[in-house]
Design a binder for this molecule. Structure first.
Ligand code: RFL
Ligand code: PHB
Length: 388
């Protein structure tokens, strides 16, 4: 089997790249190990930067995000039982964020690809990649019926997420930068109307809590927990009691409802450099992950492919490989900016087991909420810096 660009992974990065290349008449095959149902139900990110929504729109797949996404103009930081608004739009010349579940983005992209009749092979797990130093890299994969096959292409893109095959394969040639944080998030999805109009990031002596939203009837909430947290130790009433404590402010109540989903997410920063190895390019979580406190992972994944797509077109249409050569360096500038911001938000909002660090970060947050300059800096990073 042959195509121009083989894309491993039907997450936001792989599917968006497929769409951007479709619009340029470049042939692609997307190989995805999971089923369509699985990728469309996987609950993850919720905050889209304006530039992300603009890009989806330009690619003709942003209609539902525009219609159903919740446009937000601010977020709340809570410290010492007091809430402080970061006026995102006022501080950034009118920029916004849109709350729209990642699985909805994935549904929209899958629907568009299916409608275009382009190859998107679910249940097909890429098991190995070869010949990346030639003009014809290859991906081997196991299909749903147990058969194995091989895809030969002009370029391969590893958009297979943090647990995929592409990064481990090139790891020996990479410099991998890593940081583990000494805590994790216990996340829930609950069938209850959000108790807030804007996201609340709360720092509390018992640990961080985040109140996010999905729709007028569904809330998404997170609690800082231990890295090895046992979910069985967290029946629903304990989760709600802990959330009530951490979000408590006078005159406000947190409404409770049935919990639809629970999970524990470790907090890590990883960057693999470079993001190009011959004719294998890494995009999205395959190349880097950030802790979720800055809401950057999905936005970075989309930014990577926005940077990559025109460079692929230059190579395949005009034989110009300057853009591909420069892809990693360009994408990594943005990645490291997001690492810094995500680290800052994470450190400042969480209870740290190191008492000195904990006091220092508490002081930093108190400064941020009191300073116009510091709030502006948080706002411009949160809404997203321009692609560069
Ligand atoms: P994905 O979404 O992981 O997709 C990779 C796809 O590749 C498939 N795959 C394979 N396919 C074929 N062969 C193989 N060998 C394969 N191995 C893997 C997988 O099945 C999958 O379908 O990566 P992508 O596209 O790079 O997208 C990245 C985002 O998913 C991720 O960065 C965000 O979800 C991170 N994130 C957030 N990002 C934000 O921008 N804003 C947020 O508010 C936000 N909140 C979050 C988050 C991530 C979280 N978790 C669970 C990690 C909140 C949480 C709790
Ligand atoms: C989410 O809605 O899932 C969400 C929002 C903000 C974050 C992380 C996750 O920083």
């Amino acid at each position: 089997m042959r195509t121009q660009v083989g894309i491993i992974g039907a997450g936001p990065a792989g599917l968006t790249l497929g769409r951007l290349l479709e619009l340029e008449d470049i042939d692609t095959v997307v190989i995805e190990s999971r089923s369509r149902e699985y990728v469309e139900q996987r609950v993850r990110a919720g905050v889209l930067e304006q530039a992300t929504v603009d890009l989806l729109d330009e690619a003709g797949v942003g209609g539902r995000a525009r219609a159903e996404g919740l446009v937000h103009h601010g977020v709340i930081l809570q410290v010492d039982g007091q809430r402080h608004r970061i006026a995102l739009s006022d501080l950034t010349g009118g920029r916004i964020i849109v709350i729209y579940g990642q699985q909805e983005v994935v549904k929209d992209l899958v629907a568009a690809r299916v409608e275009s009749g382009l190859p998107l092979w679910f249940g097909s797990e890429c098991t190995s990649i070869s010949d990346i130093d030639t003009d014809h890299p290859r991906a081997r994969f196991a299909g749903p019926d147990g058969t194995t096959d091989e895809l030969e292409c002009d370029l391969l893109v590893g958009a297979d997420g943090f647990h995929g095959v592409s990064r481990p394969l090139v790891a020996p040639q990479c410099q991998v930068f890593e940081r583990d944080y000494p805590f994790a998030w216990l996340g829930i999805l609950a069938a209850v109307a959000p108790s807030t109009d804007e996201l609340i990031y709360a720092r509390h002596d018992r640990g961080f809590a985040l109140h996010s939203l999905r729709s007028p009837t569904v809330s998404r909430l997170y609690l800082q927990c231990a890295v090895e947290e046992d979910l069985d130790a967290w029946p629903d009433d304990r989760i709600w009691a802990e959330l009530q404590t951490r979000f408590a402010v006078d005159g406000w109540t947190l409404d409770e409802g049935p919990i639809l989903e629970k999970g524990v997410t470790p907090m890590r920063s990883v960057v693999a450099e470079p993001m190009r190895h011959g004719r294998l390019l890494l995009a999205g979580d395959a190349g880097h992950i950030v802790p979720p406190t800055g809401a950057k992972g999905l936005n970075l994944a989309i930014a990577d492919v926005a940077i990559l797509a025109p460079r692929i077109v230059d190579l395949l249409r005009n034989g110009d490989d300057a853009g591909i050569e420069d892809y990693s360096q360009t994408a990594l500038r943005r990645v490291w900016r997001a690492q810094d911001f995500s680290n800052e938000m994470t450190s400042m909002m969480h209870k740290n087991p190191d008492p000195f660090e904990d006091r220092r970060q508490h002081a930093r947050l108190r400064y941020v909420v009191a300073s116009e300059a510091a709030k502006r800096s948080i706002a411009e990073n949160y809404v997203g810096l321009p692609f560069w």
